[in-house]
Design a protein around this ligand. Sequence first.
Ligand code: GDP
Ligand code: MN
Length: 399
Amino acid sequence: MDIHEYQAKEILSRFGVAVPEGALAYSPEQAAYRARELGGERWVVKAQVHAGGRGKAGGVKVCSSDREIEDASEGMFGAKLVTHQTGPEGKGVYRVYVEAAVPIDREIYLGFVLDRTTQRVMIVASGEGGMEIEDISADKPDSIVRAVIEPAVGLREFQCRQIAFKLGIDASLTQQLVRTLQGCYRAFTELDATMVEINPLVITGDNRVLALDAKMTFDDNALFRHPQISELRDKSQEDPRESRASDRGLSYVGLDGNIGCIVNGAGLAMATMDTIKLAGGEPANFLDIGGGATPERVAKAFRLVLSDQNVQAILVNIFAGINRCDWVAEGVVAAMKEVGVEVPVIVRLAGTNVEAGQKILAKSGLPIIRAGTLIEAAERAVAAWKSDLSQGTKIRAAS
Ligand code: GDP
Ligand code: MN
């Protein structure tokens, strides 16, 4: 789960990371009011969306009057901010964060990530802040400093000092950097984060080390033990199809094609999507019903996939171990009868109770296209989708 910049800053500051003074606003007038409360002469208005790259996309504006703040936020509110991280559809802006502007001397990149190779939390830092880490690693790979943290002993002070040294930070600022690094690491581990990124971490003209931007991502599977973090979820920033699924305990990933996929297990989902592509189609999404799915759960999954306007065919691919093919078949039949499905439905079942499952499908009297293997299922799905599409065109052309 992602959170907003202002929320990440509030959390990190509780762990001792220094951040600029700031306040949240829900309207342009409130933004100007917040700036007056903060005092000073220059402010930065920042669109709060779950994506980086806001600066280049007009989502970060430095202002020096009420008027400028209102104009800047007026332009952000209600609009979709499109950055290189949001995709072309962009993300809605419903909150802006107003901060006291700070004079920047130097920008540093700082990230805490899970390194799969060492199975440890790793610090990634670079003196080339302000750029995205992808660009830094492409253009200035030598500037990247890494440190692996041993979980049993935590982040040691000498490691922090080493990083400060490698970044060429003045000795008088080392202690501030140590405090920042240790604060981030404690927040990361205590709150089950999977990523903490400060880009840029700045050194100000008056020698302070400040987190000017902050991003945190949390492990969804650990949210149950952090209710205060779960509360920060902002559905306006999520794909509505995915939020609806997660509310129902289903794992759903929205994609751009036309064939909806209902499968069990992420590995099978990957194989199913590859096979659809191989057969000349494009998946619209995949929905993982998980293990031991009841007919009700399968029906729920079916309704959810159907509610996606892009879906023009549905492929159900179940390799049942813990699952039962008869339950899956019951769920598919129940959902199709209830919803009145207008798109072709292709079902491939294998494993536990497959004969019983096939019988249920055959007896239902519904136009279900059955397949024995995955490649057969994918080819039939693509063929059915194409012929449905061309019929649709013919009807439209004739009327
Ligand atoms: P991002 O583009 O979404 O990563 O948004 P950031 O919060 O990183 O802001 C983008 C850029 O705006 C930063 O790299 C800074 O150069 C600039 N910026 C942000 N806040 C301030 C500030 O208080 N003062 C100044 N001078 N520049 C700022
Ligand atoms: Mn940034």
